[in-house]
Design a protein around this ligand. Sequence first.
Ligand SMILES: Cc1cc2nc3c(=O)[nH]c(=O)nc-3n(C[C@H](O)[C@H](O)[C@H](O)COP(=O)(O)OP(=O)(O)OC[C@H]3O[C@@H](n4cnc5c(N)ncnc54)[C@H](O)[C@@H]3O)c2cc1C
Length: 589
Amino acid sequence: MHLSSAIVFRPLKGLYELASELYRKFGEVLRPQLKTSGFIHYSALMGNSHAHLERAQLSTKPINSKTDVLVIGCGVAGCSAALKAASQGLSVRMIASATDPLDCNSYWAQGGIIYKGKEDSRDLLAQDIKYAGSFKCDDSAVDHLTNCGPASVDELLIQTAKVPFDKDSDGNLSLCLEASHNRPRIIHWKDHTGKAITEHIQQAVHNSPNIELVCGTTAVDLAISQGPTGNCCVGVHAIKSNGELVTFLASATVLATGGLGDIYENTSNPKSARGDGFALAMRAGASLKDMEYVQFHPTTLFIPGERRFLLTEALRGQGARLFNTNGERFAHKYHELEELAPRDVVSRMIVEEMKITCSDHVLLDISHLPAKFLVERFPSIYKYCLERGFDLTKDRIPVVPAAHYFCGGVQADVDGKTNLPGLFAAGEVSCTGLHGANRLASTSLLEGLVWGRTIGTNLVNFVASRQEENRTAEPFLHYGNQVPDKNEVSTLLDKLRKTMWENVGVVRSKETLTRALKDIMALKCRADDVYHRSRLTPETVNLRNAVSVGAVIVQAALRNKASVGCHFRTDGVVFPYKYETNKLESDAP
Ligand SMILES: Cc1cc2nc3c(=O)[nH]c(=O)nc-3n(C[C@H](O)[C@H](O)[C@H](O)COP(=O)(O)OP(=O)(O)OC[C@H]3O[C@@H](n4cnc5c(N)ncnc54)[C@H](O)[C@@H]3O)c2cc1C
């Protein structure tokens, strides 16, 4: 682990301290009540401004029991941890902010998940991961993924969830090639692999008698217990869609809240990728790592005014080519792997060509492949583009880069442990060091699956070791009760997204980052004020988190003066690396 680049959050000053002071004042009264219950319900909030704090009242009402495990998030990482823990007899509660459990990044994954190719090996996969990650990957994380990947897919996706991955004419799993992979080794379900995986794995969760899934419940802050040996995580304080505040207590908490694409103006992610988990963890004292590494996907459908839609890397894996708006191919000018160069390289070449041609997009063309193959292999993309006037089998499709994946996150080791006892992290919210400075295509579903399974496996011993402990949660305090102004909240979020896109995007510099930091610090004062004076809603919670996370990304990007992986500074020293290619052909006709 690159411990040197870890950031330890310092709690917010001002109102946070005021809240702590209040806790010290009321703590003695609250403590005995909290001890009696595993699940605490705060039904009444407090006065409407800081001047009314003395009117504060806090009622606790036990409405449910403590579980062995609490999982926050029900994407591939959360479901894997839950299934594995539950299969060993642990009681598991999962919460998700989205009301529809399918509303997560996992559902939208298109290309597929790494399995194992013919004439493939762990070493070849490790080589590809490290190259894409600019040799900044953590060796133990790469070893863990390459060791446990195929077994995790077999156990959780094929045997337990029965995901119907595509097969070839011989009845074997169909393997495809993606950018920067030396072998076709990615299994898929048409061009919407995430849908098949998420639906089937959530069905398995539903079938498990040991797992309770509670949707429409947003984690606000981790529940912390202070002890003589330091703090530990004992669950989460959350808000339900009806405004009720609840505390879920558990022996172990697994953070699996996904990524943060939605803090950027242009993103391939759904709105639910809001960055909450990073902010929750840092407020609780967990370390964050590699926060400057935001990955931009080179090819999302460009329609002015519309949310970006991903055009999977598998298209380029199958032979799609990039053209500028003058009709010229350009990838060969920038990299020996041309369109199959790592994502950061392709994103930057597109930005450069847009600049050269004074255009707001470039074009992706796969029309040279047989129409029947394209329609069968990429049905969702074909349909989506056709509905918007672009025929994949005939037309060149306008594309631009967009924020896609977050390589940094909550620092976690190969067992998914964070530095905060009781807190584990899996999936996109975590930073295991696997991706280094850039992620290899189709590794993230697998990372969520592998680390979810590892955490779930190890939780049996961890939960047993905490059985004797009778830890209590520090109370959650929130005083605001004004109705939040929805316009104000969305305007502040939009400003954040705009400054992140314009100044902390595919290409940055000291100048743009300094500008972003100034903007975000001003936004942070306003966002914190909205949060503290308003009653809690998922939107005010998100605004506060998004701005905090944006600030940390900018600070990390300013600190890292080298251009490496997906962190590219025009004023940066370029990090050197070399690549040996050893490629086989793709399965394209
Ligand atoms: C369009 C697209 C295509 C992709 N294609 C691929 C691909 O082909 N292959 C690949 O490997 N990867 C792909 N990825 C990346 C991959 O999908 C994600 O990295 C991965 O699915 C993340 O899984 P996760 O379980 O960590 O998070 P998610 O699946 O995003 O789940 C996060 C969960 O956390 C919940 N949550 C968030 N905040 C809170 C809160 N405050 N309180 C409670 N719950 C909360 C959400 O409701 C959700 O249930 C793609 C991503 C996108 C967007």
